[in-house]
Design a protein around this ligand. Structure first.
Ligand code: CAA
Ligand code: NAD
Length: 292
């Protein structure tokens, strides 16, 4: 099957990045959001990112050509003729099932559905549609325009044809696809999430300060970001939702939310996106560590 038109659900951190890389690769892209202000915010981010690529001479076409392939909408009907629809809405199983079930009746029957979920079972979301054979996980990494990996996830119901089409689609975006199966967290989050949660527990236990733990992992292990900078970058709300799904699946402490993470999310401190997390981003170029 040939993919020409891509639908993206959600224009937040991930949806906007997925839309951007798809348009950059030459696909026509329509992004669905709940309300216009979310589209405006996401498209402003795309504009900024495309400008950076252009400035460095890393765009093969003028920004206007790429931008011309991108449309925003608040009507699901606009996705009817998409060849693939990639979902990047909130990490909540009921929301994802409701959204895909409604779209199943709208989007053409042979289109592939993909979820960018970090932790939710692809099989369970696919079961809310009448096309589980054409349902995969396409798990991108933040920031999507820069991170090279995409995990391509198959369930026991995914057809070989849908899986290979999704795999080739990932490649066509300039990403390196890896094949994985529908096990909670796939490859990266199975390993990354316990590490991030352990960093919070280490802080709670007084092992070191937030900047010291960050610097230790950056300078001692060569990680590009320390765990607290990365947690704020991913979003503490998203991380908290992920802990629910992963703990529910494995019932192991290493996947459970540390008390501090829960309290920060309850207080509305979601990290970079709300200006406050483990660091305060009042001046985004000079984050100041918070004290707890
Ligand atoms: N678009 C275009 N350019 C961008 C950009 C974007 N979105 N974001 C940053 N850049 C540019 C910067 O402007 C900068 O350009 P200059 O060199 O001209 O200044 C360049 O990229 C490098 O950026 P920075 O100097 O700000 O920072 P950096 O060297 O640390 O690189 C990074 C940034 C690639 C994000 C790096 O810090 C990194 O790899 N961090 C780790 C990210 C990570 O682990 N992501 C996975 C999260 S987990 C996940 O996604 C899965 C899940 O389900 C939760
Ligand atoms: P986000 O909060 O930045 O964006 C989510 C967007 O979805 C919001 O703009 C919201 O308005 C929109 N939305 C919610 N319900 C919708 C609906 N029914 N229809 C259309 N739009 C809707 O979240 P995010 O960080 O972009 O995460 C999105 C998904 O990607 C989650 O499943 C998350 O687990 C996954 N993910 C996140 C990261 C990360 O680092 N943040 C990395 C990989 C995967």
């Amino acid at each position: 099957m040939t993919i020409k038109k891509v639908g993206v659900l959600g224009c937040g951190l991930m949806g906007s990045g997925i839309a951007q890389v798809s348009a950059t690769a030459g696909y026509d892209v329509t992004v669905l959001e709940q309300e216009q202000p979310f589209l405006d915010k996401g498209f402003a981010g795309i504009e900024k990112s495309l400008a950076k690529f252009a400035e460095k001479g890393n765009l093969k076409e003028p920004v206007e050509t790429v931008r011309g392939r991108l449309k925003g909408t608040t009507s699901a009907q606009a996705l009817a003729d998409c060849d693939i629809v990639i979902e990047a809405i909130i990490e909540n199983i009921e929301e994802k099932k409701k959204t895909f079930s409604a779209l199943d009746a709208i989007v053409k029957k042979d289109a592939i559905f993909a979820s960018n979920t970090s932790s939710i079972s692809i099989t369970e979301v696919a079961a809310a549609t009448k096309r589980p054979d054409r349902f995969v996980g396409l798990h991108f990494f933040n920031p999507v325009p820069l991170m090279k990996l995409v995990e391509v996830v198959r369930t026991i119901a995914t057809s070989d044809q849908a899986f290979e089409t999704a795999y080739e689609f990932g490649k066509s975006l300039g990403k390196v696809p890896v094949r994985t199966s529908d096990k909670t967290g796939f490859i990266v989050n199975r390993l990354l999430v316990p590490y991030l949660l352990d960093a919070i527990r280490a802080y709670e236990e007084g092992v070191g300060s937030i900047p010291d733990i960050d610097n230790a992992m950056k300078l001692g292990c060569g990680y590009p970001m320390g765990p607290f900078t990365l947690l704020d970058f991913v979003g503490l709300d998203t991380t908290y939702y992920i802990t629910h799904v992963m703990f529910d699946e494995f019932k192991e402490r290493r996947f459970a939310s540390p008390p501090l993470l829960k309290r920060m999310v309850m207080a509305g401190w979601y990290g970079r996106k709300t200006g406050k997390g483990f660091y305060d981003y009042t001046d985004p170029n000079n984050p100041v560590p918070n004290k707890f």
